[in-house]
Design a protein around this ligand. Structure first.
Ligand code: ACO
Length: 318
């Protein structure tokens, strides 16, 4: 037994920051950012935290699923930019929405939403839980160096959520994990220990853009092709591809490698949202769902990559 998606929700903070806005304080311009990344604007939180945005997305997903918070059996949450490490974002969301079930966070950077889906599928298969809420929420603006033009232009804030119940619609996954911090990292604070002898790391996102780009354009098509082979699925059967929204050029490069899937099936909202890390996939799923784009029975590939390094592709029937 796997899962069925009962409902989706999302939330974006109201302030939209354009490339021209960012060009006022770092040496960049709209032309560079939009041609290199496809990003034109991103939402940025001014007075809301990751858990607060996550709770708003969660309430919308519950409403869409037609269930109450106290009917949930488990809440999983993913973030790299939560306002606390302790307590977990999942626990704060649990309280904010009025749930009473177990709640904990899962860490896998931009791949985390698919890691949570994999985990939820395993829990549902045991029969231990029947209704699971997954939330990806990010306040990336608090973990960026806003003087670093190579990273601050890429990310945005927002949250997305889905509610799952037992079903037959999670058809498989294929993944690769390659441990290492060299290409992409976000250090935690080391505090002020008088015994610490090494350098204090910069506690903002550090990224080798070129290496990340190469990793993504190599592994995303590779994992999708392996997934299709594993599940006996033809590219022509795929109705939608929901890729992690990190760079439109990465999505376009993946589409070029998968010639059997028409380019218009590769969904995108990066132009207005930037990269919302663990939130990109549930945000995109919710926006397309609310536009009525998905029909019951549609077959979709959902693929993510990120720090770890990691890359996961999953096959889902809507
Ligand atoms: N505006 C203007 N110029 C810039 C900017 C900017 N915002 N940023 C960098 N540049 C300059 C660089 O300084 C460099 O100048 P130089 O040649 O004089 O040294 C030049 O532009 C080219 O820089 P590159 O880094 O080579 O540019 P590239 O074409 O590789 O694009 C980018 C950079 C957009 C970051 C690209 O590498 C990329 O998208 N990589 C993948 C990023 C990604 O997927 N991140 C996801 C992280 S995982 C997760 O989601 C957490």
């Amino acid at each position: 037994m796997s899962f069925r998606i009962m409902g989706t929700g999302s939330y974006l903070p109201p302030l939209s920051v354009t490339n021209d806005d960012i060009a006022k304080y770092v040496d960049t311009n709209d032309e560079w950012i939009s041609t290199r990344t496809g990003i034109r604007s991103r939402h940025v939180a001014t007075d809301e935290t990751a858990s607060e945005m996550g709770a708003k997305a969660a309430l919308e997903a519950l409403k869409d699923a037609g269930i109450q918070a106290d009917e949930l059996d488990l809440i999983l949450c993913a973030t790299v930019s939560g306002e606390y490490i302790v307590p977990s974002m999942a626990c704060l969301i649990q309280r904010a929405i009025g749930a009473h079930c177990p709640a904990f966070d899962m860490s896998s950077a931009c791949s985390a939403f698919l890691v949570m889906m994999e985990t939820a599928a395993a829990y549902l298969a045991t029969g231990r839980y029947r209704r699971i809420l997954l939330v990806g929420t990010e306040q990336m603006s608090r973990v960026l160096d806003w003087t670093d033009r190579s990273t601050c232009i890429l990310f945005g804030d927002g949250a997305g959520a889905v509610v799952l119940e037992p079903g037959e619609n999670y058809l498989g996954s294929h993944m690769v994990f390659m441990g290492g911090e060299e290409v992409l990292n976000l250090p935690t604070n080391v505090g002020n220990s008088p015994y610490w002898t090494l350098e204090r790391p910069r506690d903002t996102v550090n990224m080798n853009g070129g290496e990340t780009y190469k990793f993504a354009t190599r592994t995303v098509p590779q994992e999708i092709l392996a997934l299709l082979e594993q599940t006996g699925t033809q590219q022509s059967e795929i109705d939608w591809v929901v890729c992690h929204q990190a760079n439109q050029r990465i999505i376009d490069a993946v589409a070029r490698r998968l010639k059997g899937i028409a380019p218009e099936k590769f969904l995108s909202n990066i132009a207005d949202h930037g990269n919302t890390t663990a939130a990109t996939i549930p945000l995109l799923l919710d926006e397309c769902n609310k536009k009525g784009m998905f029909k019951r029975g549609d077959l979709m590939v959902v693929a993510a990559f990120g720090g770890g390094l990691s890359c996961i592709a999953s096959l889902i029937r809507w």
